[in-house]
Design a binder for this molecule. Structure first.
Ligand code: NAD
Ligand code: AKB
Length: 321
């Protein structure tokens, strides 16, 4: 039975919302948030246990695990694609050594469950780009992607070799309005909404026709919690589930915003992130997730746009952004 969950990287885009969702299910005191950064990034009213933890420090991670009798870990701490290309050794160190620390501590203590996200970054230019299959070519050209493929393989190794319960899903670009993204290639899809509200215009760092799979945060939380709670005996895959919601390019996103802000303007100035985006799929086949744990998204582009503009608009009116 899951009793105490440690969440690493909890101050980030996903962790700051996932911790609250986990606390709603498992109880505030049973979900220990942790991040290298001292600030929690979590709404104060809902705050619970928080520990400052650098995941590359295995001794400190083990001390925190033992202090709280942690028996499950959701491992979110990572360096994402754009920062990873600027600092590849940092990406290797945090993503690989952080992950092996989690797996080894879990193995030594025979933990109940581990969840580690992978990404569409596990794919590369030689992967089929339309409706990318579950089982396919994994030859990424970014350091971030290399660490994600390694994580998937390591996760499956620990399942097969040590019988650990490890689960993971290949998130597409995640779009949200609580915490800003932490240095990825899909970050434009969040920035565009903030700039639409604040300035009525946006300069995009990707070309207008760069099609990528994306997902709104409520669906990301749903996918993560559904997989975390799925019956292990029904899973044929473990660390590498494709999950999709919708595919979009910057031009389509601008058109969606114009349905609510007709005067919105977009310009394009592609930078180094274009090459990263061009190496990733356009769309994802998530049949395995649908069959093995009933995955099904709720939001499409326009329903997400309406909600994003509403929430960010309210923040702007209150002077919070
Ligand atoms: P993020 O960059 O917003 O947050 C990551 C957090 O990790 C940050 O709060 C950072 O302070 C922390 N961190 C960095 N180095 C650390 C270290 N050494 N020790 C402890 N903490 C450290 O990332 P996110 O978007 O929340 O991503 C969470 C997970 O989901 C990652 O594994 C990421 O690869 C994956 N993912 C995210 C997306 C997305 O679009 N957000 C898409 C695919 C996969
Ligand atoms: C990034 O752009 O690096 C992330 C991801 C898709 O993994 N959002």
């Amino acid at each position: 039975m899951i009793e105490k969950i440690l969440v690493t990287g909890s101050s980030g885009q996903i962790g700051s919302e996932l911790v609250l969702a986990l606390r709603n299910i498992y109880g505030t005191d049973n979900v220990i948030a942790s991040d290298k950064c001292a600030h929690t990034g979590i709404k104060l009213a809902d705050s619970g246990p928080f520990e400052q933890l650098d995941v590359t420090d295995r001794k400190h991670m083990a001390e925190i695990v033992d202090k709280y009798n942690v028996n499950a870990i959701v491992h979110l701490a990572a360096i994402l694609s754009a920062v990873g290309e600027k600092k590849p050794m940092l990406a290797w160190d945090v993503n690989i050594n952080g992950m092996i620390n989690v797996f080894e501590i879990a193995r030594e203590r025979k933990m109940e469950r581990i969840l580690v996200p992978s990404s569409i970054a596990a794919f590369g230019p030689s992967t089929p780009i339309i409706n990318t299959p579950q089982e396919t070519i994994l030859r990424p050209t970014t350091m971030y992607g290399i660490t994600k493929v390694t994580g998937e393989l390591l996760g499956d190794y620990y399942v097969a070799k040590f019988g650990l319960d490890i689960r993971g899903l290949r998130y597409p670009g995640i779009i949200s309005n609580e915490t800003l993204p932490g240095g990825g290639t899909t970050d434009y899809a969040v920035a565009i909404y903030y700039d639409a509200i604040k300035y009525g215009k946006y300069e995009c760092f990707l070309k207008e026709d760069t099609m990528l799979p994306m997902m709104y945060m409520p669906d990301c939380l749903k996918a993560t919690l559904d997989l975390f709670q799925a019956d292990f005996n029904k899973l044929k895959h473990h660390s590498d589930f494709n999950v999709g919601a919708f595919s979009v390019n910057p031009k389509m996103m601008a058109e969606s915003i114009r349905k609510f802000i007709p005067s919105f303007e977009i310009t394009y100035k592609p930078d180094f992130r274009q090459e990263i985006a061009d190496s990733w799929p356009n769309s994802i086949d998530d049949t395995a997730a649908r069959e093995e744990w009933n995955w099904s998204p709720s939001y499409d582009l326009d329903t997400m746009t309406e909600d994003m503009l509403k929430v960010i608009g309210e923040k702007h009116k209150k002077g919070l952004i």
